[in-house]
Design a protein around this ligand. Structure first.
Ligand SMILES: *Cc1c(COP(=O)(O)O)cnc(C)c1O
Length: 376
């Protein structure tokens, strides 16, 4: 919570939940990444928060971008980035989408199987391809495993096929899982990556780039290691596996760049006990799983929730959203301590919500509008 956000919320006139993002924090985070990994280019993962103000700021600071669709590509271009600063990182693309991105000037695509190589070869001839390998996501709170990436032993075959089809076999990518707490999580993937670099070299293909993905955490309730520690651990792993021949590297932070830049202000709609002897209160907010807090699925991400009464006595609550759907419960298995004095109509602040909120908000379930966002 920054002074600028506090001031903005104090003067706010409109009703309903909203996310306020302090753009200065995004700028500070970008600089922190540049310092922690000085030889690595930043490709912002646009899906974390595609607000035009954020994209413009990052484009101006020299950032590159990781996109997953044609529409994200267009948004990034409109923000002032050139297509050579775009990586199309989604491994699941229609051939028509590849063609559209290629027409817009994108020439860097991720693949993780042979069928996708064939598509890129047809729709974006001569482009560079990065082969994504599978990571199990251990140590992360929001794993991106299984659905993406080939087994590392298969990567050289996929890249060789790309080479045969006239594409440039450019490198390897992986994602160690989002909100990754273990700074050593990159080590195993880099060991596999170095082996793939050697296997390709034996086939006469020289790979140039390692895409280290995202995974850098935002600070929620749990303590997280410093960004500096991630930078050091990654550099040590690169040295360990590549020796003096460290390839070009890029990172794709999403959460780590924008997560802590935003705060949601919401309101208590109802507080209820289900029976007189019930200890646990149900606290219903005017925001829930359908309005941007989708990452509370399985109670994976536990946001800091602050009220003006946090010095009062606390008691565990079940926290839920306002809609007529019983999955719209944020925290129940692990009840959330909130002040006993909390009352209907009180405002609550949900912190570190700058990433993965606005875009997860439904367009009007039960008539609730999408989450409003102010970038200040
Ligand atoms: C979502 C995503 C990212 C960003 O991950 P964070 O953990 O938010 O940093 C990076 N790369 C790819 C390919 C992604 O899908």
């Amino acid at each position: 919570m920054t002074a600028r956000i506090r001031e903005f919320l104090k003067n706010r006139k409109d009703e309903g939940p909203c996310l306020v993002v302090d753009i200065d924090v995004v700028r500070e985070n970008y600089v922190a990444f540049a310092n922690a990994l000085p030889d690595t280019k930043v490709f912002y993962a646009v899906k974390a928060n595609p607000a035009p103000e954020i994209l413009k700021l990052l484009a101006g600071l020299g950032s590159s971008f990781d996109v997953a669709s044609v529409s994200e590509t267009e948004t990034v271009l409109a923000a002032g980035a050139t297509p050579d600063r775009i990586s199309y990182g989604n491994t699941i693309k229609k051939e028509s989408e590849i063609a559209s991105a290629f027409k817009l000037g994108v020439t860097l695509f991720a693949v993780d199987c042979e069928a996708e190589v064939e598509k890129v070869a047809r729709a974006a001839p001569g482009s560079r391809v990065i082969c994504r390998i599978h990571c199990d996501g251990t140590g992360s709170e929001w794993p991106l495993s299984r659905k993406f990436g080939c087994e590392p032993e298969f990567a050289a075959d996929i890249l060789e096929l790309a080479h045969k089809r006239g594409l440039i076999a450019h490198g390897i990518s992986f994602h160690v899982g989002s909100q990754q707490h273990n700074v050593e999580a990159w080590d195993r993937a880099l060991a596999s990556t170095a082996a793939i670099f050697r296997a390709c070299a034996e086939r006469g293909i020289s790979l140039a780039m390692v895409n280290l993905g995202g995974g850098f955490p935002a600070k929620y309730l749990r303590k997280t290691p410093k960004l500096e520690s991630y930078g050091k651990a990654i550099f040590r792993a690169l040295r360990r596996h590549f020796g003096n021949r460290i390839p070009e590297t890029i990172i794709e932070p999403g959460r780590g760049l924008v997560g802590n830049a935003g705060v949601i202000e919401a309101e208590v709609v109802l507080i209820a006990k289900r029976s007189p002897e019930d200890e646990t209160r149900w606290v219903y907010l005017d925001i829930g799983k359908f309005h941007g807090l989708a990452e509370t699925i399985d109670e994976s991400i536990r946001y800091p929730i602050k009220t003006r009464k946090d010095r009062d006595e606390m008691a565990p609550c079940i926290v839920a959203g306002p809609t007529c759907d019983s999955v719209d419960v944020l925290y129940e298995k692990n009840p959330y301590p909130l002040p006993v004095s909390l009352a209907i109509g009180d405002k609550v602040l949900i912190e570190a919500t700058g990433a993965y909120t606005t875009t997860y908000s439904s367009i009007g379930f039960n008539g609730y509008p999408p989450l409003r966002q102010y970038v200040i």
